[in-house]
Design a protein around this ligand. Structure first.
Ligand code: KPL
Length: 301
């Protein structure tokens, strides 16, 4: 399959390297010409026991989009809308665009699309960018992909081919018909953990040992779960328990948001807690903990 991955961050590098090593025809598109040249068509993928070298095309020229059957958007949510427009103006009528973002700040173009050309994904793969061109695959987790609206049969068949290609590359992927609920399930975990790790400047697991942080985490997730249920989305029986479990399971991780703050990058707070607040406003549901955290993280970053 001809695949273009847009975004050379941790997730984009992981998916590019894994898919390339499995034999797919992969191009990694970076907006930064100097960095794309420096990477010299090579990524290093570190696993627990080995370093694997992946050879693929790495370029800053969007001309590569013309032949893509699949485009994976591995960028932050504010960039998604613009990149969909650029991609669609350069590709054929059958190209599938898959958005792999945290949060729910990027959903509008996917809601507006009933043709099965835009799919959403959510992943629990653990990836850390050691440096540009070198990604560590720290932990395996499932990836789920799906359309927001029922899609024509051939588009569903295409999505299943994508899931099969990803799974064969070592990125276990499943096609689901409730992708919005899956996004919210992950959203609640990120809403409970990420911003608090910024406020307390600590790895995920330490939140459990700070009484005030733990109380706030529970309130953040409970508020989010209420909003999700009011929207008719199934977020499972115990979103708070799941979030506490993720905290334990990723105890030594520095959350992606704290990594962003430490590197001086824009955080995803507006796509996570901020977007949750926006959804709550539409339903006139008070979410004071999420509002407070959004303001506090914006002041810190
Ligand atoms: O998804 C994560 C993130 O950091 O964005 C968690 C699950 C919190 C792991 O660090």
């Amino acid at each position: 399959m001809n695949i273009v991955v847009i975004g050379p961050g941790a997730l984009g590098s992981l998916f590019s390297a894994r898919l390339a090593v499995s034999g797919q025809d992969v191009t990694l598109l970076d907006h930064n010409v100097t960095r794309a040249q420096a990477l010299a068509n090579r990524l290093v993928l570190s696993t627990a026991d080995q370093d694997i070298e992946a050879t693929l095309t790495i370029t800053a020229h969007p001309a590569c989009l013309a032949d893509a059957e699949l485009i994976i958007l591995a960028v932050k949510s504010p960039q998604v809308d613009g990149l969909i427009h650029i991609a669609q103006s350069r590709t054929g009528p059958d190209t599938l665009i898959l958005g792999l973002q945290n949060g729910i700040g990027h959903l509008q173009p996917f809601k507006d699309c009933a043709t099965g050309l835009l799919a959403l994904g959510v992943t629990s793969q653990g990836a850390t960018l050691v440096k540009p061109g070198h990604v560590r695959h720290g932990g395996h987790g499932p990836t789920t992909i799906g359309f927001l609206h029922p899609a024509p049969d051939q588009r569903t068949a295409m999505l299943k081919r994508v899931a099969a290609a990803m799974s064969a590359a070592g990125l276990a992927t499943e096609v689901v018909d409730d992708i919005e609920a899956r996004l919210w399930q992950k959203l609640l975990v990120n809403a409970g953990i990420n911003g608090l790790t910024v406020l307390y400047d600590c790895p995920n697991g330490q939140l459990l040992g700070i009484a005030e942080a733990r109380t706030r985490l529970i309130a953040l997730v409970e508020e989010g779960a209420l909003v999700a249920r009011q929207k008719g989305l199934d977020v499972g029986p115990d979103p708070v328990g799941r979030t506490l479990e993720v905290c334990r399971a990723t105890a030594n991780n520095i959350s992606s948001m704290l990594q962003d703050v430490r590197r001086g990058r824009t955080t995803e707070i507006l796509a996570i807690n901020g977007a949750l607040v926006a959804e709550a406003k539409k339903l006139a549901t008070p979410v004071p903990e999420n509002e407070l955290l959004t303001r506090q993280v914006l002041m810190k970053s």
